[in-house]
Design a binder for this molecule. Structure first.
Ligand SMILES: [Mg+2]
Length: 388
């Protein structure tokens, strides 16, 4: 703790900036078409929280999180606003936005398991620092390692194979070569869908499947064995988030790599996955994993363990998409084609920035502007906010 206190005292003298307020803007961002995965009904909107951190220098940083109530989280927008306004903001006021590590360390210690609420706060601090220094966040994270990053597209569940292939064709046309098929409701349909996609695209695509934690061990074993002929790149989170031992057993039993997503929530759960060899890759998400400050730790752990890094996200606006792009843009090692841009690749009907991020040929260009490199569209925020 002494090191942290020292930082708290010294940093404001070095950098003449103070945090003056934290503003929460809750939004309902609509999907273009209601989005269906294994569990629950199709979703019409993403419950999104935009956090603005204001400073006495007139520079404002922006971060994004979302409220999900499935797959290991129990978040509400109201709960996140309560945490941020009543517990985090008092710890931020008067501090230098440059004290990212000290602030985030303190927030993490002050409220257990609050990564969803920490994400937009930490990310907004990186955005402020970048804007004040006039450099992109990738520069703060150690400098640029790539100009573009390849991404994967996610196929929402459809009523029949024809409409699934139709949506896959559209994504292929846009240049995507990595497709994620949602599975976990009906094993027979899952097999038909995988077979249809492999027949349609041959070896031109990498095909991933994602059960979003919906399967029990026996069903997953039979289903994944049945999918082996279709050259599955990796099977994402087949089992419940608590069944790390089951994932480890499954990983030995099937001839395809497993990826952890929902069960990789914190550095401690990731360590458990690594120790038990329950997966050989993991997906991180801005909201689930607590934004740049925490996700970079997970990426270092994954790289150290020789595991694949899937730069992911919940379906998000350009704000959280830019956060991941900045991390990718500064990451020196290899990355899987991640799904971090699914929100801006056609899943969401609206965006909330003036310069939306757009995939080109299945890739995202790393934004070059200061901070995250995106500018909020205040009219869109007014239109979508649910607290007016
Ligand atoms: Mg997933």
């Amino acid at each position: 703790m002494s090191d942290v206190r020292e930082l708290e005292v010294s940093a404001p003298h070095r950098v003449p900036a103070k945090i003056t307020g934290v503003e929460c803007v809750p939004l309902n961002v609509p999907f273009k078409v209601p989005f269906k995965i294994s569990t629950g009904a199709a979703r019409p909107v993403v419950e999104t929280l935009i956090v603005k951190i204001h400073t006495d220098q007139g520079v404002t940083g922006v971060g994004e999180t979302q409220a999900w109530r499935r797959q290991g989280s129990a978040e509400t927008l109201e709960g996140q606003i309560d945490t941020i306004k009543n517990y985090f903001e008092p710890q931020l006021l008067g501090r230098s936005p440059f004290d990212v590590n000290a602030i985030m360390h303190r927030l993490d210690e002050s409220m257990y398991h609050s990564h969803y609420s920490q994400a937009p706060v930490g990310d907004a601090l990186y955005d402020i620092v970048g804007k004040m220094l006039g450099i992109p966040v990738y520069q703060l994270l150690g400098g640029k390692t790539r100009d573009r990053v390849r991404i994967a597209a996610v196929l929402s569940m459809k009523d029949n194979v024809e409409s699934l292939l139709e949506s896959a064709d559209a994504l292929f046309e846009l240049g995507f070569r990595h497709l994620v098929l949602k599975i976990g409701v009906d094993p027979r349909e899952d097999r038909q869908n995988a077979e249809a996609l492999r027949n349609r695209f041959g070896n031109e695509i990498a095909l991933r499947v994602d059960a979003n934690a919906a399967l029990d061990y026996d069903t997953a074993l039979v289903l994944l064995k049945g999918l082996e002929p279709f050259d599955i790149e990796t099977a994402e989170q087949p089992l419940a988030i608590w069944d790390i031992d089951g994932m480890a057993a499954l990983a030995k039993a099937v001839r395809m790599p497993l990826m952890a997503d929902e069960c990789a929530a914190t550095d401690h759960t990731l360590l458990d996955i690594i120790r038990k060899r329950a997966a050989t890759s993991a997906q991180t998400k801005v909201a689930k994993n607590g934004g740049i400050y925490h996700i970079r730790r997970l990426w270092h752990l994954l790289a150290t363990a020789g595991m694949g890094i899937n730069p992911g996200n919940h379906p998000a606006t350009s704000v959280a998409t830019a956060s991941v792009a900045q991390m990718c843009g500064s990451w020196p090692g290899s990355l899987m084609a991640g799904v971090f841009a699914v929100g801006v690749s056609g899943a969401l009907a609206e965006d909330i920035v003036e310069n939306p991020m757009r995939p080109e040929n299945g890739e995202i260009a790393i934004p070059k502007g200061a901070g995250f490199g995106v500018t909020l569209d205040e009219n869109a925020l007014q239109r979508l906010r649910i607290d007016k």
